[in-house]
Design a protein around this ligand. Sequence first.
Ligand code: PRP
Length: 182
Amino acid sequence: MSNEWEVLISAEALQRRVRELGEAISRDYAGREPLLVGILRGAWVFLADLVRCISIPIRCDFMGVSSYGPQTESQGLVRITSDLSEPVTGQDLLVVEDIVDTGLTIDYLLRNLSARRPRTLKICTLLNKPDRRRVEIPLDYVGFNIPSCFVIGYGLDYNQHHRELPFIATLPPSALSVSPPG
Ligand code: PRP
């Protein structure tokens, strides 16, 4: 893989913003014990840093979801690759995502999780691409609004590469390979 990326959000800026999000979550959920639901695979790096910036008791669980196909864009067909380990009825759920792009994945997740009757259901995403939205989603915590470009690092991948980078970077279209849908 060639290193054609350009840093969009530095490691320091990420850590600063994650700290602010952790403080806001700690304030908003004071007196409760929210269940943070990390969406795999992309959100695990963000979630690991976020929980260490939260000063109230929390619990964590994970859901694995995947869009069908190898495309760089969500097609709206989401499948659950691994489910929550316990029922969540009556709990304060905070879904933690790395990025909301078209909104189709989180829209699916919201409908799926609402059906399990949590007490509250909110969303925290590190990155948000508002220009790409295909379905309106109420986002409760947003780290950064970013332009419509392909981003990698800090948990986000391109073909499973680059998740380990400590910053968010952009990949130019010339670095993305093109394949027919299917
Ligand atoms: C990313 C991200 C979201 C989804 C957002 O997951 O983690 O779940 O895309 O896209 P959308 O708003 O257009 O639906 P991805 O499918 O890349 O899988 P990954 O988390 O395993 O990297």
